[in-house]
Write a protein that binds this ligand. Structure first.
Ligand code: 4AD
Ligand code: MG
Length: 432
């Protein structure tokens, strides 16, 4: 029996006869030879059919194949130094499963709206394939990292009655005659988890009804949120640095083929694996902007162009620490040395990408937190269970949130986060 293998495993079967199941991405023929560009979900490579090597029927079938035809092939794997994949297959037999005309995505330039309308098919193309594979590598590396560090995966709900990150960006839904909101962040539940399991992380979809039409905003995105009991902000920053270094290392180790498909210069990612991420004070970031003549005053939040300007100065991710309290959410702990700022940090990615993660030490004192809830104009009753965490066994604790698509966009060097998720949701798009 001929062995069924994947394209990815070609290197282990050079000069062997093998079987594969494949789809056709492109075809070229010249009299006595047909070149089939093939994919199987693991990689892309070329199949070659020579008239002299196959039956007349197989040769005619090969010539009749349409884009995205699905079929089995039998043949011999050969080294092919001309392709960057390094291998091709000399096909001896072929068995068609489906072969229909009219696949809408051709091997020509399409506009982004056309491609997004056909996202259900576009995902098969090289570029989205490479991005989703890297997404998967980052996902796996994230789980590995937190497993190694002794964290428990803890699932937060999606239907919520309270707002962790400000009430203006909530998606409302009717809930059996009452109200519920889609989760903006799993953090408050993550804090529950940390008090029960010491160190946890949540990982799931989150929703923001932000009317932001930027290259960094989705209305539905995935967030990974670790929360650590008995931990101050500095130690949380250490974890964040180790975590990002680990993730980028994993991509460089397991995603070389994908980075090449994307034309991503992997040298640019190398420094991120080395740690030593700068901890830049908010005050100093403000000075950088002012010295460059930008219109920015202390207490303003950084806009995307400000972040891009600062992040062009770094070759690896870096922290901006201790933002003014007026621009951050109610649950953060004030800096005892300067109550105008929180013990918090955002992580900005280099190459102009800006914020990819954000976190803080949490206020752990019951009365202080009550006061901060009131100051934020929130209703204490909505947070009674959250306040309970400060009544019973309260300890210093810290955490952060990683915007999954933002990290993917930076690592893959995408122009827009919409390419970092299989089915992007934005203010003007909820389908396919
Ligand atoms: O900065 P954010 O709003 O922080 C939180 O939600 C905290 N509860 C996190 C925590 O401390 N546990 O969001 C965290 C990250 C941002 O740094 C950004 O990368 C990403 O989530 N993010 C978005 N990504 C895509 N589209 C949006 N609309 C996003 N909003 C935030
Ligand atoms: Mg933030």
């Amino acid at each position: 029996m001929t062995k069924l293998i994947s394209i990815r495993d070609c290197d282990k079967h050079v000069n062997e006869e093998v079987k594969m199941h494949v789809w056709l991405t492109d075809k070229r023929s010249s009299g006595k030879i047909v070149f089939l560009q093939l994919r199987d979900g693991t990689a892309f490579f070329q199949g070659v059919i020579r008239k002299d090597n196959v039956s007349a029927e197989v040769f005619e079938t090969a010539k009749s194949l349409h884009q995205e035809a699905s079929f089995y092939i039998t043949g011999t794997v050969c080294e092919d130094s001309r392709s960057h994949f390094g291998y091709e297959i000399q096909i001896s037999d072929l068995e068609v499963v489906t072969n229909n005309e009219g696949y809408p995505i051709g091997n020509k330039e399409h506009g982004i709206d056309f491609l997004l309308d056909h996202r259900h098919l576009w995902l098969r193309s090289r570029r989205p394939f490479a991005i989703m594979r890297i997404r998967n590598i980052i996902y796996k590396a994230t789980i590995d990292f937190f497993e190694k560090e002794g964290f428990v995966k803890f699932d937060a709900p999606i239907f919520m009655h309270s707002a962790p990150e400000g009430t203006t960006e909530l998606f409302h839904t009717e809930y059996f005659g009452g109200d519920a909101y889609l989760s903006q962040s799993g953090q408050l539940y993550g804090e529950v988890g940390a008090a029960a399991f010491d160190k946890i992380f949540t990982f799931g979809p989150t929703f923001r009804a932000e009317a932001s039409k930027t290259r960094r905003h989705l209305t539905e995105f995935w967030m990974m949120e670790p929360e650590m009991a008995w931990m101050h902000q500095d130690e949380s920053l250490d974890i964040q640095e180790r975590f990002l270094s680990y993730v980028v290392k994993a991509v460089l180790e397991h995603g070389q083929y994908e980075l090449e498909l994307l034309g991503r210069d992997s040298q640019k990612l190398e420094p991120a694996t080395q740690g030593h991420y700068t901890r830049l004070a908010y005050d100093d970031a403000v000075k950088m902007l002012q010295e460059a003549g930008r219109d920015f005053k202390w207490g303003d939040d950084f806009g995307a162009p400000d972040e891009a300007f600062i992040s062009e100065k770094f070759d690896r991710p870096f922290f901006i620490v201790n933002y003014p309290t007026v621009i951050k959410p109610f649950y953060m702990k004030k800096n005892p040395d300067n109550p105008k700022e929180y013990l918090c940090a955002d992580v900005l990615a280099p190459e102009g990408y800006g914020e990819i993660m954000g976190g803080s030490e949490r206020e752990s004192d019951y009365q202080t937190l009550r006061q901060q809830i009131a100051e934020a104009g929130l209703n204490e009753n909505d947070y009674s269970w959250y306040l309970d965490l400060r009544k019973y066994g309260s300890v210093p604790h810290s955490g952060f949130g990683m915007g999954f698509e933002r990290v993917i966009a930076w690592i893959c060097k995408l122009d827009h986060v919409r390419e970092a998720i299989p089915f992007p949701r934005m203010i003007n798009r909820v389908q396919p």
